[in-house]
Each structure stands twice: as C-alpha cells, then as structure tokens.
Write a protein of this length. Structure first.
Length: 209
C-alpha cells in the first residue's frame, strides 16, 4: 500500500480510479491547466514566493471556476466532517513500521532511536511501532496510537580496527610499494663507487682443521 492509499484508508475515503479514457483525459486537462496557466499567471504578476503564491490562490480559483466550472447533476454536499480521532497532522506523514530490539532501539534512515519509558523494558521488546516523519523531517514514534519518548543513540567511535588472526596477512599485503626512484632501491647497488656487477665475487672458503 502506498503512503497515499494508507492515508485515505485511515480517513475512510474510498479511492475511485480513472479507469476510462474519458476520465483520464479530464484529469490530464486539469493538470495541464495548473502546470501551464497557473505558472504563467504568477509570472505575469511577478510572484516568486510561497507567501505571495498562497495569497493569489483564491483569486486564481475564482477565475478558474468562472471559466471551466460545470454544474453538477446533484447539489448534495457529500463531504463529511472530520472525526475527533482523525489527526490530519499525523495522517499526512510518511509512516513506516519498525520492531523494537531487546534494548528498545530501532533504526530509521540510518539513525538509531532509543525508546525512553518508565514501564519495564520487557513490555516493549519486539513491539511493532510506527515511525512518522512530517514535511519538516520531524520524527514521532507511536505504539498503539500513543506517542513514545525517545533519544537518538550515539555510537561510540572505535579506537582501533580489530583484525582477526586469519586476516592479518591480507591486511599486511596492502603495504605501500616504493617507486622506482626511491632511495631504498638504490641501497647496496654500489660498493666503493663501483656497481655490484663489477665487484669480484669470492667463493666461500671451507674451514680447515
């Protein structure tokens, strides 16, 4: 289920899809008007801020309805009032399910959250919670509809890398290889100003009694 589908289900709103070409055409024409005519109208009025755009919306809607509105066959208002239990600020958020660990922690967007509770910790172990993120990237965590207090868990930095005995050889093979002009390569190549190839080679003398 998508986030939009989940929000509509919580508000008990039935989604009616545009399954016919005629219905899809009406939707596309509305979108074309909003993406084309609305943008040009704001450009002609030098509107470049969200505040100014919001103030112009009422004027644009009135003009839009005069030009394109069609009288419905029924004047009955099918909209219903908002129920007291329906919190739009919570419904219109990005929501994901998480399971709490034994330490009452969960991970969301590469951040570890530590649940703070005055109740025994075993009561929430492996519990399914809902993580809600609003448009301001603010996080709220709910358990059975009730918000939970939390803190962001900070991992301690590792002082040094721990390498097992089986991986030591692999780590040591990544050592730096000196360049061709490195002094280490010239060490011992000359003896008394002469190349080693020109120095007489002496065979070892066997020890005698």
């Amino acid at each position: 289920m998508t986030q939009f589908g989940r929000a509509m289900k919580e508000l008990d709103i039935e989604i009616i899809c545009a399954n016919s070409p005629q219905a899809k055409g009406r939707v596309e024409r509305v979108i074309q008007v909003l993406q084309d005519r609305l943008v040009k109208e704001m450009r002609l009025r030098d509107i470049s801020s969200i505040e100014a755009a919001n103030e112009y919306v009422a004027e644009f809607m009135a003009d839009y309805n005069v030009r394109f509105a069609v009288q419905p066959r029924s004047s009955h208002n099918a909209h219903r009032s908002l129920e007291p239990k329906e919190n739009l600020q919570r419904v219109f958020t990005l929501q994901e399910q998480r399971s709490l660990s034994k330490n009452l922690t969960l991970q969301y967007q590469n951040v570890i959250y530590q649940i703070q509770t005055s109740h025994p910790s075993y009561a929430l172990r492996k519990a399914q919670v809902t993580v809600c993120e609003n448009s301001q990237a603010e996080i709220a965590i709910f358990y059975k509809g009730q918000p939970l207090d939390y803190t962001i868990y900070q991992k301690q930095p590792r002082q040094a890398e721990v390498v097992s005995s089986k991986a030591i050889d692999h780590k040591l093979k990544k050592s730096h290889k000196p360049g061709k002009d490195h002094p280490w390569r010239r060490y011992g190549h000359r003896v008394s100003g002469k190349p080693i190839s020109e120095v007489a080679q002496y065979e070892p003398v066997a020890a005698s009694d």
